[in-house]
Design a protein around this ligand. Structure first.
Ligand code: SF4
Ligand code: SF4
Length: 441
């Protein structure tokens, strides 16, 4: 039985632009890739190569011996042209390895595992997940090996595989579920075996009936449940998903593992499958390229380090000059200042919006009219209006008392606010200020 979560919204999903677009997996290799050495939560990698080195596809080019880290691999064969700070998706410069393609098609050669899921040990799964550089691909980019280890230590009993993909426009996970369900289901079996749990549920919203049908057919006989959930944003939020599947709430300030749950994205499962059964590190991912300014929206299998410019070019470029480029979805994504930013492990989408067509920029913020809409849609049961009032006056301890740290930055409050207040920006500011003050103490 599926439960629901309180709040949420029903935005115009616009997924029909790419929902039926088969993943384009034969893009020509880029001439150059820019691969940031920090693509995960944790310690940035140190380069393992130097300028002038020749690398092959899949070769490890960055790692770190201490701290939370996921290795980085070359996504094309070629020559290391530079190791220098380059702009990343967050608008900061991070140390990156620039590789120029030498057209040689060289690949790393490792024998893949060929045995049964139940014959590989949890330690081997964790080691292979680390070696392949797998991170959470649904957005958080938390290193998978560390999450698996923590889940074992915390004795997690319930695993949820997240195939909701509730952000408008994005269909990358949707197409992955339709086109390679076996990778996802086997990846889920590997996680189940690694954690020693019985209870594994793959969740898909009911606006993806083809994905539900394919996954159900594939999972038949495995003991894995495929659960249909009602379409509602942000159904794919971890805490909302746990509520929908188990009926349990993650208390304020707590994490899913505190109540025995762990959530993994469907494409993370597919990457784990590839790491073990294909010996492939994480060097490619599916990216939805869409939005009202894109000539031919599509789902592209892109190499890590490919520039946004190149992916838009594969989609026929722009029909008109976009006023806004966003990566990661219109609700929770990040606006971009340049097309020369590279795809990284958690880049699920690239969106370009035309100046008209329902995606205009918000007018400047006005005054709260106390309508209460933000409170009624907040899936975390916060009081956005009160937090906003305190945040703009720098009263961050009041924001903390109102549990602003639980804000998942879903944007529901801003979406419904008739005054168009910058509610999410206020939440982010308060959260980062509180974190900074906590770190100082
Ligand atoms: S306060 Fe945070 S969690 Fe609540 S609706 Fe706004 S952005 Fe979402
Ligand atoms: S939705 Fe906007 S106007 Fe309404 S109470 Fe919340 S902040 Fe105020």
């Amino acid at each position: 039985m599926a439960f629901s979560f309180r709040g949420g919204i029903h935005p115009d999903y616009q997924k029909e632009r790419t929902a039926a677009s088969v993943i384009v997996s034969n893009l020509p290799q880029p001439e150059t890739v820019v691969i940031p050495l920090s693509q995960h939560i944790g310690v940035p990698c140190q380069p393992l190569v130097k300028v002038g080195d020749r690398v092959v596809e899949g070769q490890k080019i960055g790692d770190c011996q201490e701290g939370l880290c996921a290795p980085i691999h070359a996504s094309i064969p070629g020559i290391v042209k530079a190791i220098e700070p380059r702009w990343n998706v967050s608008g900061i410069k991070v140390l990156s390895v620039v590789i120029e393609n030498d057209g040689t098609n060289g690949q790393i050669e490792i024998e893949p595992y060929t045995g049964e899921v139940t014959d590989v040990t949890p330690d081997q799964i964790i080691a292979l997940a680390r070696e392949a550089g797998i991170v959470g691909m649904g957005g958080a980019a938390f290193p998978l090996h560390a999450k698996l280890r923590t889940a074992i230590d915390r004795k997690v009993t319930s695993v949820i595989i997240n195939g909701c993909e509730c952000e408008p426009f994005i269909t990358a996970d949707h197409r992955a579920m339709v086109e390679y369900p076996r990778f996802i289901v086997t990846g889920a079996e590997l996680i189940r075996h690694c954690l020693g749990v019985d209870d594994v549920v793959i969740c898909v919203e009911d606006n993806k009936p083809d994905a539900l049908a394919t996954l159900r057919a594939t999972a038949d006989g495995t003991g894995i449940t495929v659960l249909e959930l009602p379409t509602k944003y942000p159904q794919g939020g971890e805490k909302q998903l746990i509520r929908a599947v188990t009926g349990r709430e993650v208390p304020p300030g707590k994490l899913p593992m505190d109540i025995g749950c762990a959530v993994f994205n469907v494409d993370t499962c597919a990457s784990l499958y590839r790491a073990i059964y294909r010996a492939q590190p994480l060097i490619k991912r599916v990216v939805t390229v869409s939005g009202s300014a894109v000539a031919n929206p599509a789902n592209l299998l892109a190499r890590i380090g490919t520039s946004y410019r190149e992916l838009f070019r594969h989609c026929g470029g722009f029909t008109e000059e976009p006023y806004k480029i966003v990566t990661g979805g219109p609700m929770m994504g990040t606006a971009q200042h340049s097309l020369d930013i590279p795809v990284v492990k958690n880049t699920s989408s690239l969106l370009a919006f035309a100046p008209r067509g329902g995606e205009e920029a918000f007018p400047d913020g006005d005054t709260c009219i106390r309508c209460g809409r933000c409170v009624s849609v907040c899936p975390m049961r916060l009081q956005p209006t009160k937090i906003y009032e305190n945040a703009v006056l720098d009263r961050f301890s009041e924001c903390a008392a109102l549990n602003v740290q639980d804000c998942i930055e879903c944007g529901c409050c801003a979406y419904v606010c008739p005054a168009k207040l910058y509610l999410v920006q206020a939440m982010r500011m308060a959260k980062s200020q509180i974190s900074r003050e906590g770190a100082k103490k």
